[in-house]
Design a protein around this ligand. Structure first.
Ligand code: GLU
Length: 256
């Protein structure tokens, strides 16, 4: 039987603490779960953000005035830092990982798309865990994804994944503010169910990641429509990926 494929997207807010520092234990817990699944013949394709914040951690405030160039520079410094972390943790688990960076244009029909599929298929056939991110150093405006949630959805579709798991800093979609006593978590959202009304406003600073709950809902519904069940769950929860795939009631599941 072909190994199952699960795309796991991890956002900047999961990978960092309140001081915007990258958290080693979180990366290790992610990789540990990926190694557990690997033993069960489930291949994870990891879509990891964090390049911008990892670069900002190193460079701090810069002399660069243009915010787009600043983001490019932060990401250029931060992406190899993220990969160094992942590389060494995967190595500790006796596993290998590879990097696949893309811009939105690469997903258009044509040779780039084909090349990307071939690369992913090659990595997966070799048992190498692909780690995807946007090519933030070069992608600007037209070639930019709205956020990594969109990238993760496109990767899931590209590789015909069995499911998509979007790890965030909330444990799913609530009917009100997650801290309110009378708001409840939705376990399942079906089809076009109107759940957008539940979304709370949020604010983010530079490098902290672009996607919010509103875009997550859109992406989750859109991906589910393509027959790829999609989950939104708390990325800091112990064993979250394995528990979801074991069918536990964790996060919010979106189905067609
Ligand atoms: N690609 C960006 C990064 O790695 C994150 C984009 C997003 O927040 O969705 O920093």
């Amino acid at each position: 039987m072909e190994p199952k494929r699960v795309v796991v997207k991890v956002g900047t807010n999961v990978l960092t603490n309140k001081d915007n520092r990258i958290l080693g234990p979180i990366l290790r817990e992610l990789v540990r779960q990926i190694s557990v699944l690997y033993e069960r013949d489930i291949m994870v394709i990891l879509v990891s953000s964090g390049s911008a914040i990892a670069g900002k951690e190193v460079l701090g405030d810069t002399r660069i005035k243009d915010p787009s160039v600043r983001r490019q520079v932060y990401s250029s410094v931060g992406q190899p830092r993220m990969m160094r972390h992942y590389y060494s943790i995967f190595h500790d688990y006796g596993m290998r990982c590879g990097q696949v960076l893309a811009t939105k244009r690469d997903f258009d029909p044509g040779p780039h798309r084909e090349n990307m599929i071939n690369c992913y298929e090659g990595l997966l056939a070799e048992g190498v865990i692909p780690i995807a991110n946007e090519d933030d150093a070069t992608s600007l405006t037209m070639s930019m994804f709205s956020d990594n949630d969109e990238l993760a959805s496109l990767v899931a579709e590209l590789l015909d994944a069995d499911s998509l798991i979007i790890l965030s800093d909330t444990d799913g979609l609530y009917t009100g503010h997650p801290d309110d006593d009378d708001s409840v978590k939705l376990s399942e959202v079906k089809g076009d169910q109107d759940v957008e009304k539940y979304v709370q406003a949020s604010e983010k600073k530079e490098g902290e990641g672009r996607g919010g709950m509103e875009s997550k809902l859109k992406i989750a519904k859109g991906t589910a429509k393509k027959n790829i069940p999609t989950y939104i769950a708390d990325g800091k929860r112990h064993n979250v990926i394995v528990d979801i795939l074991d069918g536990k009631d964790i996060g919010t599941k979106f189905i067609h």
